[in-house]
Design a protein around this ligand. Structure first.
Ligand SMILES: Nc1ncnc2c1ncn2[C@@H]1O[C@H](COP(=O)(O)OP(=O)(O)OP(=O)(O)O)[C@@H](O)[C@H]1O
Length: 227
């Protein structure tokens, strides 16, 4: 039987004492591309934050890439995040260093030492997002779409078992959003598992896939119309 990379059972998502989502039952299997949609303020970001350990799971069950979210300790969080690739709306690149140095920073922080392996890995992930020739650029020299590609490359560095992308196209124009989405689709075709929060319905129509919706403090799977 396949082991899901993410499984929540009867989980509740809180922001401090405020209940945001309840009775959440969600399963993501290896290799799936899953959207998380919902109007602004319905809890998409809170849901994602719970998955990468930024908010505690205090009710229900939650299993993500071999970690139990209910028993997750502060010291486990960096290790959980190594198994996840997290991509944010605002890219979160370090502005004082170039693209390669941004990637190097993450590799060093996660224990990589071998110079040859490091160079090879950086080339590999930049190639995957079509940014191999731009390693020496600083973030401010890149367009929003290019910065997001670098952020995706960064998420790929430690071969994540699950990529969590929270509104990755939220700061991009429609054309650039499609370009970034093409990169995510390609990564998905190569076998990566991706959970992407978005409110961009145009992307959903263009790239249909399993879709979860946050609404009325619940999360449920929606069936996309085929016409
Ligand atoms: N740090 C916080 N402390 C308390 N409440 C918060 C915090 N962050 C968000 N909330 C509340 O949690 C609810 C869900 O917000 P969340 O950001 O998860 O929604 P969202 O669907 O991601 O919205 P958006 O699309 O605008 O990012 C909102 O009512 C919001 O006001």
């Amino acid at each position: 039987m396949s082991q899901p990379v993410l499984e929540l059972k009867n989980a509740a998502i809180y922001q401090r004492e405020s209940l945001i989502l309840s009775e959440v039952d969600v399963t993501v299997e290896k290799g799936e591309f899953v959207y998380l949609i919902g109007k602004t303020g319905t809890g998409k970001s809170s849901f994602m934050k719970t998955l990468y350990g930024d908010l505690p799971l205090t009710e229900g069950e939650g299993q993500i890439v071999d970690y139990n979210l209910r028993t997750l300790k502060e010291k486990d969080i960096p290790y959980l995040r190594r198994k996840l690739g997290v991509v944010f709306q605002d890219f979160k690149l370090l502005t004082d260093r170039n693209v390669k140095e941004n990637l190097l920073f993450v590799l060093k922080a996660t224990g990589w030492k071998d110079k040859k392996a490091i160079d090879h890995k950086i080339d590999e992930v930049l190639d995957k997002v079509g940014m191999k020739t731009k390693g020496f650029k600083f973030p401010y020299q890149l367009s929003g779409g290019e910065q997001q590609r670098v952020a995706i490359a960064r998420a790929l560095l430690n071969d994540p078992e699950l990529i969590l992308a929270d509104e990755p196209t939220g700061n991009l124009d429609p054309q650039t959003s499609v370009e970034v989405m093409e990169v995510l689709q390609e990564i998905s075709r190569n076998g990566n598992t991706i959970l992407m929060a978005t409110h961009d319905y145009a992307l959903l129509l263009k790239y249909p896939s399993k879709t979860l919706k946050c609404d009325g403090q619940r999360v449920f799977e929606v069936v996309q119309k085929t016409v």
